[in-house]
Design a protein. Sequence first.
Lengths: 123, 123
Amino acid sequence: MKLSEFELDVMQLLWQREPCTAAQLHEHLSQTKKVAYTTVKTIVDRLEQKGAVERAGQQGKAIIYRSCVDQSTLSDQATPGFMQRFFGGDSRSLIAHFIQQEELNEEDIAYLQSLLKDKKQAK
Amino acid sequence: MKLSEFELDVMQLLWQREPCTAAQLHEHLSQTKKVAYTTVKTIVDRLEQKGAVERAGQQGKAIIYRSCVDQSTLSDQATPGFMQRFFGGDSRSLIAHFIQQEELNEEDIAYLQSLLKDKKQAK
DNA sequence: CCTTATCTACTACATTTGTAGAAATTAAAA
DNA sequence: TTTTAATTTCTACAAATGTAGTAGATAAGG
């Protein structure tokens, strides 16, 4: 399943607070970005058409939506293309990039170290 | 600078073998994907318009191109959006995902471990 | 020098994406 | 029950994207 950037922004919100209505999604998106309610609703409709979202009931006249794909499924799909296009397919340099650029606390670091250790063991 | 997927595919090739002509790019892309020469040339033209690529001479009647943005600049720009959209902005889970999903040899693992150690030290 | 194969430049078009208004509907309020 | 305010549906449209054809230019070969 291929979703656009805006569609993913909506999915992101939905994953965090589902089930919810288009109005609620609009509410939260508005905090970051000036956007009309109908624009958000259009995106939700497209997500429904693509089968990423489904109706989970009503609340007054408003439709309650819920996701029907999960984040990990989509990130699994997107990951190879991203790695190829921005890091020439070199997973090591991608991981290195993130380790160096991103904020990580001691606990995060310890966790990632343990993952690497496991990875090594598994060989 | 915002480039499309196909544009990035061409950039990727260019970074690996620049400077080169549109015909050479087409040659390599053809190995993976059925695509007309003029399609590739159109993408190169658009990249030139966007200022991602420039002319670096001629070879017969063919134009030789060279990139004028580098991979790290573009990946730095793309990274936050990708992390947000596919991992809810959680860099730790993104890195974890890649460590677990991707193929890494012992040397890669050692390298990444040293980066984490540095990261910890720097605190 | 003329022909030709190749390359560029220009144009075209369907689809997707971001964006939102207008019209129709309906739950809720009065 | 009638009005109203919020929602859904439908429609629209510009820009970006993937895709490629056509026409014109030109280097290279004969």
